[in-house]
Write a protein that binds this ligand. Structure first.
Ligand code: COA
Ligand code: AMP
Length: 629
């Protein structure tokens, strides 16, 4: 079937289309009700289906005769280790860890926070939760203690799984102080704190009041797979919105399984037995969907890479992993390749490796800039597939389907909408725009299986943030357009969300921290263009009257505050004092105007602004401070 026929079928008769996809995977009880509205009016998929995501990812492969196949390769240049686990081994280990959780009293519907580096136990922890019907909430290891604390308070976990450290290049990052600080900051006190004592950072866990992971799983009775409804939550994953408070995106079991299992073959061109690698982190949605669940649902071999694209040990490390493990389909954020290009612009290190296994290069997480696209095309000589998606959807909204029909690519475009996504471009009044006209990218209700049905504990926020602007359409938060062939171009966020090195964060979160400095009266954080990270935050500050502080010292203090309260990955490095901030008469700071002005893009100064001269005044200050030229 062609892409076009498949896409048309998915929109003309979504129920039949997804019913057929659901029949491609095994169930404890196959669904008969394919799509129905829940009490909130949200369309839910496979409502009477009964399954278990851990069983689908592990046990059933063993039952189907794939027990001896490698399921997970842990490749860690950070620690110099490579370990391979078969489906049978991973099943046994996961059942044991799940048993450890059950022994602690953790069960169906309980939340478990996983705050871990890229070690196999992180994957096992996720699958163990899925096995017993507990809801995991992975918190990226780069988050500082206050961010972890706010997630503890929102999700109220029964247990936290963690480790004594992460490893960033050659730096050991101790986690125990962060964990302890987070627990002391949080009002909710999780009873069980289980910590993997890594050799790189040994800690006397008992003295710290923490449980050793080895003792926790030792002698535990292996737990069976708990049957759950397709609509029961599998996990929650916090993501940044326009406000300072992150949203707990909920993923269910059935729709997620159907969409991801199908996507492995249809989008990524991978069959059972193929080796698939997403070089991301389990703390992000890419890690959830395509390090853990997708490849394992699809019976593939997945790679857990604890390293960086460069300096672990060099810019050839990706090629080494592709060669050593015979990767067929590889998925990375463009920022990682930009780091490689900086160190090895001619891609010379590639010539030392055999990359004949590699068939597809996928990229996502941020805009694929033309330089990186052409570099990849030239040096890899295989299809370079940009695809666009979000934490909320869990899988591609737009892509080029390697397993169905590879269409010609156009640089700058993630190609066409995936089956199930009725994508439209709307103007501010909700009118549909024609070819090459830029507007809000929205998806017509219903969203396909796998996309989020709600926000943890706050369905009103789900409605308000995503469904209230254009009735009947999901607001992606991205702006863009379609060309005359329907190809989609994503031009960036239209809200106050930034994308820094493939990490999504809100300007509001950063502003809350910066505004907390005693010298700062008011501030605006703007995500500005950066050749390496895509975007980086820039703080514009108004000082309190009478404050006398050296600007460089203030900047240093703010940088330290953001690192301690949000995390170093925010890459907050610049803060500039200005005399005034541009605001509308209703008091809203014009961040988008500032961003465009700083990035040298055309912008329109709204008529509602107090004094248009403020923009030029800020530009002058930023030139003096070397932020703009
Ligand atoms: N734990 C602790 N600190 C972390 C961290 C983690 N998990 N991840 C990043 N950091 C720290 C870094 O050590 C660095 O600290 P420093 O300022 O003290 O040097 C800082 O945060 C900045 O990190 P980053 O911008 O990520 O740069 P990097 O050089 O560490 O890594 C990349 C560069 C490209 C490898 C990384 O940004 C990356 O993998 N990005 C893609 C993310 C992704 O996969 N997104 C999902 C969409 S595909
Ligand atoms: P996250 O939820 O962290 O995965 O971030 C999702 C956001 O990243 C999207 O809303 C986009 O703004 C951006 N993004 C992801 N993939 C792409 C892509 N291929 N092209 C452009 N932007 C992207």
């Amino acid at each position: 079937m062609t892409y076009a026929a498949m896409y048309q079928q998915s929109l003309a008769d979504p129920k039949s289309f997804w019913e057929a996809r659901a029949a491609e995977i095994p169930w404890f009880q196959a669904p008969t009700k394919i799509c129905e509205q829940d009490a909130n009016g949200v369309w839910r998929w496979f409502v009477d289906g009964v399954t278990n995501s851990c069983w689908l990812a592990l046990d059933r492969h063993v039952d189907e005769g794939r027990g001896d196949q490698i399921a997970l390769i842990y490749d860690s240049p950070a620690t110099g280790q490579v370990h391979k686990y078969t489906y049978a081994e991973l099943t046994t280990w996961t059942a044991q860890v799940a048993g450890g959780l059950v022994r602690l009293g953790v069960g169906k519907g309980d939340r478990v926070i996983i705050y871990m580096p890229m070690v196999p136990e992180a994957v096992i922890g996720m699958l163990a939760c899925a096995r017993i019907g507990a809801i995991h909430s992975v918190v990226f290891g780069g988050f500082a203690a206050p961010e972890l604390a706010s997630r503890i308070d929102d999700s109220r976990p029964a247990a936290i799984l963690s480790a004594t450290c992460g490893i960033e290049f050659d730096k050991v990052i101790p986690y125990v102080p962060l964990l302890k600080e987070a627990v002391s900051l949080a009002s909710h006190k999780p009873v069980h704190k289980i910590v993997l004592n890594r050799p790189e950072c040994r800690v006397d866990l008992k003295a710290e009041g923490l449980t050793d992971w080895l003792e926790f799983e030792e002698d535990a009775q292996p737990a069976p797979c708990e049957p759950v409804l397709a609509t029961d939550p599998l996990y929650m994953l916090y993501t940044s919105g326009t406000t300072g408070k992150p949203k707990g995106v909920i993923r269910d079991n059935g729709g997620h399984a159907v969409a991801l299992a199908w996507s492995m073959r249809a989008i990524y061109g991978c069959d059972p037995g193929d080796v698939y690698w997403a070089a991301s982190d389990v703390g992000w949605v890419v890690g959830h969907s395509y390090i853990v669940y997708g490849p394992l649902f699809g019976g593939c071999t997945t790679i857990l890479f604890e390293g960086k694209p460069v300096r672990t040990p060099d810019a050839g490390t990706f090629w080494r992993v592709v060669q050593d493990h015979k990767v067929k389909s590889f998925f990375v954020a463009p920022t990682a390749f930009r780091a490689i290009i900086k160190e090895d612009p001619e891609c010379k290190l590639k010539s030392s490796y055999d990359l004949s296994s590699l068939k597809y290069q996928f990229v996502a997480g941020e805009r694929l800039d033309p330089t990186t696209y052409h570099w990849l095309k030239t040096h890899l000589g295989i299809p370079v597939i940009d695809h666009w998606w979000q934490t909320e959807t869990g899988w591609s909204i737009c892509a080029n389907m390697a397993g169905v029909e590879l269409l010609p690519t156009k640089p700058g475009s993630p190609t066409l909408p995936m089956p199930g996504y009725d994508l439209r471009i709307l103007d501010d009044e909700g009118r549909e725009l024609g070819a090459n006209q830029e507007g809000a990218v929205v998806i017509k209700d219903p969203l396909p299986p796998g996309a989020f049905p709600t926000v943890w504990g706050d369905h009103e926020r789900y409605v308000e943030a995503y469904w209230s602007q254009f009735e009947g359409f999901y607001l992606t938060g991205d702006g863009g357009y379609r060309d005359e062939d329907g190809y989609v171009y994503i031009m960036g966020r239209t809200d106050d969300v930034m994308n820094v090195a493939g990490h999504r964060m809100s300007t509001g979160e950063l502003e809350e921290v910066v505004a907390g400095h005693p010298a700062v009266a008011e501030c605006s954080v703007v995500g500005i263009f950066d050749a390496d990270k895509g975007q980086v935050p820039l703080g514009l500050l108004l000082l309190k009257d009478g404050v006398n502080i050296e600007e460089a010292a203030l900047e240093r203090e703010l940088v330290a505050m953001v690192r301690q309260q949000i995390g170093p990955f925010a890459n907050f490095k610049r803060a500039v004092v200005v005399k005034r901030l541009p605001k509308t008469r209703s008091g809203k700071i014009l961040r988008q105007v500032l961003r465009k002005m700083i990035d040298g893009q055309p912008y329109v100064t709204p008529s509602t602004i107090d004094d248009p001269g403020i923009i030029d005044e800020i530009a002058d200050t930023l030139r003096v401070r070397g932020v703009m030229c």
